[in-house]
Every structure is written in C-alpha cells, then in structure tokens.
Design a protein around this ligand. Structure first.
Ligand code: CMC
Length: 455
C-alpha cells in the first residue's frame, strides 16, 4: 500500500527518514518536516517561503494556477456580487455567514466601537504635518495597545473577540483621522447611523462647518473594494501578524507590525505605486518604453500592479475591479485618462512574450487606485485603504493562530554565511590613540576615553 509520506535521503551520509504528508481540503499537500532537525540535523532552505506552508488555516484558499479565491469556501465572485464587507468580516472571523440576528449584533458591535479614545488626538498631534498616513497608521494602531494592554489576556476567547471588534471598528476612524491631520482639518467623529463604508467616506470628507451626504454609489463601490481586499491567506503582512502574535504580543501590536509589512511597494504599497507609474507614463504612446524597461534585467523597474507570488493567472479580484471601474465611470458619466492608460497597458502586456512566459497578470492593486482616485481619496492614502480592508484578515488569522493548540512561537532558522573564529582586537590595535581605553574599555568614543586621549 502506498504510504502518505515523503522520504528524505541525505546523500552525504546515506541517512534516510520518512516524513508524514499533510493533506488539506484543496491545494497541494505539504510534508511535515518539524522533526527534520532532531532526526537528521538538517534545516530546509526556503527564503521568501516559496515552498513552505507556515500553518494550516480554515480561512482563505487560493488556487493561483486557476485564478480562484475562496473565503471560507465561498467564491470571491459570489461574495462580491451578493454580500457586503461587514458580512464578509463576520464570515472570515467566525467561519460562516451570519443569520439576521447574528449580523445585527455584529453590526452593532462594530458600529459602537468605532470611536477612539480622545487621548489618541494628542498622540496624533506629535506627527509631522506632512507625515505619510501609513506612518501614522502604524504608530497609532500600535498605540491602541496602551489603552487596552493591561486588561488584555490574549488566551481568553472573549478578549480575542473584543480586540477583533475594536480593530475592525477603529481602523477607519484612525485612517480618516490620519488624512484629516495631513490636511489640517478637524477629525470627524463616526456616525452610528451610517454603515461601514459610508462612515469612512463621511469621516474622510465631511467637515464640521456644513452637512455632508454620502453618495450611495461611492459607498457601494468602496464596500466592494474593501471586500475584495479582506483576506488573502499567508501573504507578507498576514504572516507578519501571525509571527508577531506568536510571541503572545497583544493583537494591536501584531496588527501594527502587519501594517508595516503591508506598506512596501511589493505588497500593499503597489496601489500607490501603480498610480504614480500611470501618471509617469502619462500617455498611451509612452507605454512601450515602460514595458521595455520592465523587461530589462538591468533596470530595477517593475510594472507595478503586475505579477503575484501565488497567482499565475488573472487575479480574480482584478477582474472584478476592472469591471467595477467601468461601471463607476459609466454611472458617474466620467472618464479617467489613467484608466485609459491602464487598460491599454494591460492589453499590450498581455500580448507580450515576457509577461506571458512569466505569467505576470494584473493583480488587485492594478485597478483599485483608479477607484480610489474617483472617490477623491489621495494617492498617499491608498495603502491605508488596503490596511483598513485587510484588518479583518489579519485579526481573523491572528485569532486562528492564537487559538491553535499546535501554536509555538515562530522562529525560522538560517544558514549562517558570516565569518567564524574572529578574535577581539583592542581599540588601540585598530587605530584609536594609545591608552584611549584606559577609563572605559566598553566604548572607545566615551567621554572618559576622549578625556584620557587628550591629556
Ligand atoms: N514587472 C516585471 N517583471 C516582473 C514583475 C513585474 N511586475 N513581477 C515579477 N517579474 C519578474 C521578475 O523579474 C522575475 O524575473 P526572473 O525570473 O527573470 O528573475 C520573475 O518575474 C518572477 O518574479 P519574482 O520577484 O521572483 O516573483 P515573486 O513571487 O517573488 O514576486 C511580486 C511577486 C508581486 C513581488 C512581483 O510580481 C512584483 O514585484 N510585482 C510588482 C509589485 C506589485 O504589484 N505588488 C502587488 C502584489 S498584489 C497585492 C498584494 O497582495 O500584496
């Protein structure tokens, strides 16, 4: 009978060991190498985790070859068409779609936790007036720990749940405040009669001096963008949240770490980079020059919004967003020259041998920025928008990680390639004045050392 194992042979020593195969419900199996080091004295080497499953998870599934994305088993296309962001938050957090009562309760919890402690205003005012909103978000979400840390027991399911609610509820408030701060306008309070995306638009664009009516079309399209970004299994920021949380750090600190990881242009920062790139292209006639640059091995330039570690097919989120941009521009009878450039760029890239061979397709960030622009959201807020949307994914994955009976602190190994057998040389053997270590051997630059050398 065939065994569900993988055998590893060390060809240097001839040692042979068998490791169990773990099969999920979908996707390729993994073999369990937790006993590899104790059994064989070997580590595996996989920078970037290209072939490593860091956990098992019930939350999200991606089939990158086929371009399939499921949240808790539900296809993203169905959720995008029929559900809404907050319902999807419930689904990701609790594992099933809510019934009416469950949703009403959840909605109420998120709505009533959306205010932030007034003390955070003072915290915000410490930032430079032109601070990037992502820097504010990283700092302020981490600072939320200072309001809840003492009372928080991360192993208590009730505490996990209330932390999750607080994070989902407060992220839009903090994000909008970061924007208001950057333009010198007063922070706007959340309104409990507005739904999640309406509330966000209201906190972003209303001012105390006059009434503000949320445009329902804009709220709907924002809700869709949030839903499409809600979770994406073990990406860089989610893995960061899990890793930070595995030390039993509080969830606000762990999510703040995730926000930091999201910021880079290879991850959530790509939406900002896409718009800057489209602006730089400026005209369809310049597209080919940028494609040439993206193909050039000696040029670090990459086509922002193209390619994905997992998708080797069209990102299903990008397909939905592309359609949504068309719809939004048609509904509002507007056009966007950057959308024209984006579509032409996609068309050209999708016929180009380099992009075809490497299976580089538009990803979710290729079209999200066009929508944000149309909603009046400034470019430096785009990655903040991603963070607001992804907060549920981070916290659902954190909750799963923290409740996992197999949880241990995350601690990768390394292959050390640095020098060995260095022996310490005293400072005067390395060009410092003789006797400079007389008073303080610990630091050759110390006050006492300087006094010693000048005397
Ligand atoms: N433009 C040009 N060449 C590319 C691109 C691109 N956008 N993306 C990958 N390549 C090339 C890359 O140079 C490499 O070529 P070679 O095999 O000759 O060395 C090959 O394709 C594979 O790339 P990789 O960097 O090894 O692949 P990865 O899985 O490590 O990187 C990625 C995935 C998303 C970081 C990368 O495709 C990229 O930098 N894309 C642009 C940034 C971007 O849009 N990021 C958003 C990702 S989706 C939102 C999210 O969830 O974060």
């Amino acid at each position: 009978m065939k065994r569900k194992t993988v055998t590893i042979v060390n060809n240097l020593t001839g040692q042979e060991e068998e490791f169990p195969l773990i099969e999920g419900n979908q996707g390729p199996p993994a073999f369990d190498i937790r006993s590899l080091y104790p059994k064989m004295g070997l580590f595996t080497y996989d920078p970037g985790f290209k072939s490593t499953a860091s956990c098992s998870s019930d939350i999200t599934f991606i089939d990158g070859e086929e371009g399939i994305l499921l949240y808790r088993g539900y296809p993203i296309e169905q959720l995008a068409e029929k559900s809404c962001y907050l319902e999807v938050c419930y689904l990701l957090l609790y594992g099933e779609l809510p019934d009416r009562e469950q949703y009403a309760h959840f909605h109420r919890m998120i709505t009533t936790h959306s205010m932030v402690n007034e003390g955070l205003r003072a915290f915000m005012s410490g930032f430079r007036h032109d601070a990037h909103p992502m820097s504010i978000l990283v700092g302020v979400v981490g600072a939320l720990s200072s309001f809840y840390h003492h009372e928080l027991d991360v192993s208590d399911p009730e505490h996990q749940e209330i932390s999750a609610h607080r994070l989902i509820a407060k992220l839009p408030t903090i994000a909008a405040a970061a924007y208001k701060y950057s333009i010198g306008q007063p922070f706007m309070y959340p309104q409990n009669d507005l739904c999640y995306s309406e509330n966000f638009l209201s906190m972003m664009f209303s001012v105390p001096a006059e009434p503000y009516n949320v445009n329902p079309l804009e709220a709907r399209v924002l809700d869709l963008v949030l839903l499409l970004h809600a979770d994406h299994e073990q990406n860089a920021s989610t893995s960061t949240v899990r890793l930070a949380g595995s030390s039993l750090a509080n969830p606000f600190a762990a999510v703040s770490a995730g926000i930091g990881a999201l910021w880079g242009p290879a991850h959530g920062g790509a939406n900002e980079a896409v718009i800057r790139m489209l602006e730089e292209i400026g005209d369809v006639k310049n597209i080919n020059a940028f494609i040439d640059r993206a193909r050039d091995k000696n040029d670090p330039f990459r086509l922002n919004g193209f390619g994905h570690r997992v998708y080797k097919n069209y990102d299903p989120r990008a397909r939905i967003l592309r359609k949504a941009v068309h719809q939004l521009l048609a509904d509002t009878k507007t056009s966007d020259p950057l959308f024209e450039i984006a579509m032409r760029l996609e068309e050209i890239a999708m016929k180009d041998a380099y992009f075809l061979e490497k299976k580089l397709y538009p990803n979710v960030d290729f079209y999200s920025g066009i929508i944000y622009r149309r909603l009046g959201i400034p470019v430096n807020m785009f990655t903040v928008m991603f963070a607001v949307a992804r907060c549920i994914g981070w916290i659902a994955q954190w909750k799963e990680m923290i409740s996992d009976p197999e949880r241990v602190i995350g601690r990768p190994r390394q292959v050390y390639t640095g020098p060995k057998d260095h022996e310490y040389e005293m400072p005067d053997q390395r060009g410092y004045p003789t006797g400079s270590t007389k008073h303080c051997p610990r630091c050759p630059q110390s006050r006492w050392s300087r006094m010693g050398s000048s005397s």
